[in-house]
Ligand binder design. Sequence first.
Ligand SMILES: [Zn+2]
Length: 137
Amino acid sequence: MEITEKVAYLKGLAEGLALDTEKSKEGKLIAAIIDVLDDMALELADMQDEQCDLEDGLDAVSEDLADVESLIYEELDDEEDEEDEDCYETTCPTCEEAIYFDDSILEEGEIICPNCGEKLEFDLSDLANESKSEDED
Ligand SMILES: [Zn+2]
């Protein structure tokens, strides 16, 4: 039973006693107690409503936060994926074997073919121009 319902029940009991709330001191006291209980019950009901609103608000914030978190993690995952993809493949012109290398090799500008020992050189200015024209697209 809700507190408001209990107070309503008490009110009914008091009315059933047909107390004289004007002249009887006991009647006045009981009427005053029930009045306070009534106010408290209503205030409590209001607080419970507000708490529900707060919980709804928190839920909404929590959901938004979860969205932000998943966005950040997706972005981090993307960055990690990109790091994984920073791997290049070329074919050695001498032995025609595929050679795999990463950014650090590219920055050095040359690689020794692990198959035949041929030194391959990259033209970095060509690569820079390529990526620039891609950006313009
Ligand atoms: Zn080779």
